[in-house]
Design a protein around this ligand. Structure first.
Ligand code: HEM
Length: 497
């Protein structure tokens, strides 16, 4: 049909947005935190519609607020929208020239690395093997929580370490000592803290190599420190793996060997270069595995527990559900029990909807000129999606800012399990992204969230600390975290028969 409205989008143009201010414009946007940017975008979307363009760097960046357009881009035209923008100078070094899933261009290397992770580690039949690690980490966490004076806990500190341990054990095998885990934690923390500091080096890398020599040196020291800690772990695993193979050959018994992420990397062969991965590439992949999974899962866990403290009736309903499934006196909720805990799943989904750890996905780039919503995004243009806005859309969700797990109960025949988090047919929210670049670990993350929320509620009653209120204000960190971290008064439940 002909569209005669004069405001009809120009078919060859980018989506509308504020004027491009040369040079200054870029720096103005870069200085804003993601939460500030989100606020700006919210008003721009109200003015211009669901697609808006900002000039943040060398290429235009388009922001999409509509779930229907996100579906069109990421599911229908998936291949066109699945690339990443070129890596910054420091990222190129840290990712061993983009030998990493997150930052690699859409192509054979990305496909191989991603498929390795999903098929060899994250596949449901594999994930079961890690339940020993989960229950070990749970026991450590529970002991920690129990030892806090007065039963008052600052939840996030304990959650962070627990989620980190879990991923370290999957990554390097579950025969590590506490001391080694702490060392890896130190490396990863310093890298994360350095992100902002080293961002400056990327604005004008050639020049910064001259004028910011000291900071570059600091950056390389950190990079070397990471190698110094992680390379020996990779070598040790390689040796252990050879010994294991010999043992299997000799007596046909694999003992209780559990495949780790490093083991799978040792076997990989790059399709284009026809060679195995180098050590620095394995280091960057392991580092990515830990950093992609720790803060995201920790943040989600903290937000969910905060809501259970704020709304005791929801916590009680969850406790009652767990009791009806595991029976009074059960010591722990086991992974096998989780699939029967429907309300639990609803609580976790509601947590991810109301408080998505990432308010945007990672930046995507279009591989060729791409059309979306009547506009054209030129080859190389960046595109991102307003994850939090979609989860809070009043057109999709009734009373969107309220925490109401029940809303997920009515999906797919009265089971929260019926809700399709991958958005393949339709997007209602996308806390893990959707399409080809969707978080490959969404299943593992959901499993860990369900497992830990269930056990924390089963083993302790969580209440607000006397005289304090749970404050749901947000702050930007690596993810969007609680501005005032959850403090709670916990009381071990009486698990007698
Ligand atoms: C609640 C926990 C988590 C949330 C909310 C989350 C969310 C996300 C999001 C929004 C993306 C970007 C999608 C896009 O760019 O379109 C992503 C990508 C990714 N996530 Fe997660 N994630 C979580 C846990 C994890 C865990 C536990 C791991 C690893 C063990 C992981 C590994 C990755 C990787 C490797 C990518 C890059 C995928 C690619 O570029 O192909 N994530 N995640």
């Amino acid at each position: 049909a002909l569209n005669l409205l004069s405001s009809a989008p120009n078919r060859k143009s980018l989506p509308p947005g504020p004027l491009k201010i040369p040079v200054v414009g870029n720096f103005l946007w870069l200085r804003k935190s993601l939460l500030e940017l989100e606020n700006v975008l919210r008003s721009l979307h109200a003015r211009y519609g669901p697609m808006v363009t900002l000039y943040m760097g060398p290429s235009p960046a388009v922001f999409v607020a509509s779930p229907a357009l996100a579906h069109e881009a990421l599911v229908h035209c998936g291949a066109v929208f699945a690339n990443r923008p070129p890596a910054s100078a420091t990222d190129r070094i840290l990712s061993a020239n983009q030998h990493e899933i997150t930052s690699s261009s859409y192509g054979p290397t990305w496909r191989l690395l991603r498929r390795n992770l999903t098929a060899e580690i994250l596949h449901p039949s594999r994930v079961r093997f890690y339940s020993r690690a989960s229950s070990w980490v749970l026991n450590t966490l529970v002991a920690e929580l129990k030892s806090q004076p007065g039963g008052i806990v600052r939840a996030v500190d304990h959650f962070q370490y627990a989620m980190f341990c879990l991923l370290v054990l999957i990554c390097f095998g579950d025969r590590l000592e506490e001391k080694q885990i702490k060392q890896i934690e130190d490396v990863q923390r310093r890298l994360l803290l350095g992100l902002q500091k080293f961002e400056l080096l990327n604005i004008w890398p050639r020049l910064s190599r001259l004028v910011l020599r000291k900071r570059w040196k600091e950056f390389y020291e950190l990079w070397e420190y990471r190698n110094r800690i992680l390379v020996p772990l990779i070598r040790a695993r390689s040796k252990a793996k050879r010994e294991q193979l010999n043992k299997v050959k000799e007596d046909g018994n694999d003992g209780d060997w559990i495949v780790s992420y490093v083991d799978t990397l040792l076997d990989l062969e790059l399709p284009e270069e026809k060679r195995k991965l180098q050590e620095d590439e394995m280091v960057s992949l392991c580092s990515e595995f830990l950093s992609a999974g720790t803060d995201t899962t920790t943040t989600a866990l903290q937000w969910i527990m905060a809501n259970l403290v704020k709304y005791p009736e929801i916590q009680q309903r969850l406790y009652d559900e767990i009791k009806s499934v595991v029976g009074q006196g059960a010591e722990q909720v086991k992974e096998e029990d989780l699939q029967r805990l429907n309300y639990l799943k609803a609580v976790v989904l509601e947590g991810l909807r109301r408080h998505p750890p990432a308010h945007f996905v990672l930046p995507h780039a279009v591989a060729e000129d791409a059309e979306l919503g009547g506009y054209v995004i030129p080859k190389g243009g960046m595109i991102n999606f307003m994850v939090a806005e979609m989860g809070w859309d009043p057109e999709v969700w009734a009373d969107p800012m309220a925490f109401k797990p029940e809303r997920f109960i009515n999906y797919g025949g009265g089971e929260a399990g019926g809700f399709d988090i991958t958005g393949s047919r339709e997007i209602k929210m996308m806390p893990f992204g959707v399409g080809r670049r969707m978080c490959p670990a969404y299943g593992l993350a959901m499993l860990h969230l369900e497992y830990f929320v269930a056990n924390l509620v089963w083993l302790f009653q969580w209440r607000a600390v006397a005289g304090e209120e749970v404050d749901l204000s947000e702050k930007q960190d690596f993810t969007i975290v609680m501005k005032n971290p959850l403090r709670a008064q916990i009381c071990p439940r009486n698990l007698g028969p």
